[in-house]
Design a protein around this ligand. Sequence first.
Ligand SMILES: [Cu+2]
Length: 247
Amino acid sequence: MSTQGLLTQKLVLLAMVCGLLVGGMWGLGEAYEAIQVQNGGKITGTVQLAGPMLAPEQLQITRDQGVCGTGSRLSDALIVSPERGIKNVVVSLANISKGKPQPALPENPRLVQEQCWFSPHVLLVPAASTVDLFNNDNVMHNIHTVSQINPSINKAHPTFRKKLNFALRKPEMIQAKCDIHPWMSAWFIVTAHPYYAVTEANGAFTLTDVPPGTYTLQAWHETLGTQTRQVSVSANGESTVVFELKP
Ligand SMILES: [Cu+2]
């Protein structure tokens, strides 16, 4: 082979390695295949707070008090139940390559702005979906995301436009803020597959129709970070996992 041919071959190889590295880092390139799942199992469990009890942060309401309220409001970033269950933790299978299809949604995933608050705080969005954003307030909002994979969004949401929408195409966890009301915060979890759950107020989660096998189960919380566990799922079986997140 000529020197030039060798060089070309090396460059192609380098490009492939870089592509794999970047793809692996962001969870891309691991194509998910939808199949009919038979004898799927269930993973249930809870996410709990370990260590000292934590109180939610107090957020000061500093603008548009007529609509937004006065004083302070408790953040919904970290909500711990009396039994130490943590709400709004995203629990997902990290390395699943095939399983049930993403469910057909009756309507677009929706995020509502009401009394200067985003609801829900954590929204699961199947990749390639359109998100509907509602302004139920008589004040202007603005949605601002800073993302790495999807285009960032920065849109004013005046009161005369009840609904805005935008597409989120690729899997990524994206924080949304309002530049006008800096206490407003929410998360879009754009998913490549349907094995995602957001924990309830008591920290509970359930994943269903998981093909039998061994998986890495991941729990992610915006301030407490990520924890993973290996979990085996048997045909028609139920596996239970308890995560303990520490500050
Ligand atoms: Cu706002």
